[in-house]
Design a protein around this ligand. Structure first.
Ligand SMILES: *Cc1c(COP(=O)(O)O)cnc(C)c1O
Length: 295
């Protein structure tokens, strides 16, 4: 039986790093060591829909270190569905730790060249017509709907800002959907030059509903998606030492860095109260050489 921990908590930042601003972190990473917190939320309604449509196999796309791939494998196994991962790039000699974990959860892989990977609709036609397809990263309405549940339990009206990392923007759309009208939602984009993300988020938000303001910051990608230069690694270690907060190299380390900078640059007022969503992703750190991180 595969289970997900309900042992999520909110950790209040204590050190000088956040300049006395009230900054609290919702630890969705504690849901599971491999299955990234936000992916679990995003997948929920896709799997429900697959079951309603009486499909027995879910197929999706991702890279060799993708949190979405391993989360899909796990989530499918937990509800008795088969899973197929269409993986970008040639089959490696040794599977990455991410793919090894996905394989243990029963996922079957198909490796496709980077050129062919771009042609998703074409790729789909090469497989069984009765697969249930989930788009890369879980982007879409049902993903937004699942992510909407993140705030249901943990939000309270004393928070003035809700801040999260974004890749496809699906989680952020869910946060915008359930944040309170006076709250400002801020996304820290993990991709370089993805200016269109604002539009992608708008597209999956309910149209006929008054929603709070949201904005995306584009200057905290540290060189691009999954790039992790040594200043980022040093920041992750410093944050761990100061707060005992583990972060991942792709998303949450850049998110926490951005919030630290915003605090330093007096973006917040002294009465603001900030809720940061730690969306998980720690399994991705296994791709680093041993002893790079202190946690
Ligand atoms: C996938 C992922 C994100 C990005 O979520 P989107 O909904 O695609 O924006 C953020 N953080 C972590 C840890 C992730 O795995």
């Amino acid at each position: 039986m595969l289970s997900i921990s309900k042992d999520i908590d909110i950790q209040k930042m204590q050190s000088h790093l956040f300049c006395q601003i009230d900054v609290q972190v919702l630890r969705l990473d504690k849901i599971h060591p491999i299955v990234s917190g936000n992916k679990w939320f995003k997948l929920k309604y896709y799997l429900q829909e697959a079951i309603i449509q009486q499909k027995n196999t879910v197929a999706t796309f991702g890279g060799a270190f993708s949190n979405h791939i391993v989360a899909t494998a796990f989530a499918c196994k937990s509800v008795g569905l088969n899973s197929i991962g269409i993986i970008r790039g040639e089959e490696p000699k040794h599977l990455s730790s991410t793919l090894q974990a996905a394989k243990e959860y029963g996922m079957e892989f198909h490796f496709v060249s980077r050129a062919n990977f771009i042609e998703k609709e074409n790729l789909k036609t090469q497989f069984e017509p009765n697969f249930y397809w989930v788009s890369e990263g879980g982007y879409g309405l049902l993903g937004m709907q699942g992510a909407s549940e993140i705030l249901q339990e943990y939000n309270d009206d004393s928070f003035t800002h809700i801040i999260a990392s974004c890749g496809t923007g699906t989680m952020l759309a869910g946060l915008v959907n359930t944040a309170m009208p006076h709250q400002k939602v801020l996304g820290i984009c993990a991709l370089k030059g993805y200016e269109n993300i604002h539009h992608s988020i708008q597209q999956i938000l309910p149209a006929n509903k008054q929603l709070p303001d949201f904005s995306i910051l584009h200057n905290y990608h540290f060189g691009g998606y999954a790039k992790h230069p040594s200043p980022l690694i040093e920041w992750m270690n410093a944050l761990w030492q100061a707060e005992q907060l583990p972060t991942d190299i792709v998303y949450t380390s850049k998110l926490m860095y951005a919030v630290k900078e915003l605090c330093k640059n007096q973006y917040f007022s002294s009465t603001d109260k900030v809720l940061i969503i730690h969306s998980g992703g720690l399994q991705g750190n296994l791709s680093l050489p041993k002893h790079t991180l202190r946690f």
